[in-house]
Write a protein that binds this ligand. Structure first.
Ligand code: GRF
Length: 211
């Protein structure tokens, strides 16, 4: 059984997609130990509670500096000791010490086709604003393992989504969620839970056992 901790900051629709996929059997062999939010008002915490999953608040604001927060956050994660950490719309940079302790055991969903529209400053609605500003005709979402860089870890899965002429950032965000994020992230968790993926030389491959 893959034990996961899901980290969230906002609406928690990706968290909901994970919970629904576990309930419907699309994700197997997986249990959510806890949901961590950096934001006390996150709707995601309500979604966790409605599912009987413990919600934990870990906000940098409660600590004197980022170093103290990073230490406390890493300690909390080690205490929970998940097999996999899932960043589902989590807006806090993962401390390097946590990345080192959970090497290739942290996954993130990013709402663009990495390496486009990613890195510092590209989060939430801003990603979709930049896609529209640039006039891109295709965007999408990426699930990747987290390393020390920003959106730079090994890519697990990607899905393209069309950009339409009259899109607003909000409309595009919704389409990327519906057509890519809510599908890709549960699939990636199911693949990991069922040992279908291996990381070799910084690249993710399908394990030969699973073929
Ligand atoms: C998603 O688009 C995610 O890719 C991005 O932030 C958004 C979070 O949405 N990083 P939600 O909290 O899962 O509804």
């Amino acid at each position: 059984m893959l034990k996961i901790v899901v980290c969230v900051s906002g609406g928690g629709t990706n968290l909901q997609a994970i919970l629904d996929a576990i309930d419907s059997g699309k994700i197997t062999n997986t249990e959510v130990l806890a949901v961590i939010s950096n934001n006390v008002g996150a709707k995601a915490l309500e979604r966790a509670e409605a599912h009987g999953i413990p919600g934990i608040l870990m906000t940098p604001k409660a600590y004197p500096d980022r170093e103290c927060f990073n230490k406390a956050f890493t300690e909390k994660m080690c205490e929970l000791s998940p097999d996999l950490v899932v960043l589902a719309g989590f807006l806090v940079k993962i401390p390097e010490e946590m990345v080192a302790k959970f090497s290739n055991r942290i996954v993130n969903i990013h709402p663009s086709l990495i390496p486009s529209f990613c890195g510092v400053g590209y989060y939430g609605l801003k990603v979709h604003e930049k896609v529209l500003e640039r006039g891109a005709k295709v965007t999408g979402a990426t699930v990747h393992f987290v390393n020390e860089g920003m959106d730079e870890g090994p890519i697990i899965a990607q899905k393209a989504v069309e950009v339409l002429q009259d899109d607003t950032p909000e409309v595009l965000q919704r389409r990327v969620m519906e057509q890519a994020e809510w599908i890709l992230l549960p699939q990636a968790i199911d693949d990991i839970a069922n040992n279908r993926l291996v990381v070799e030389n910084g690249r993710v491959k399908r394990s030969s056992q699973a073929l």
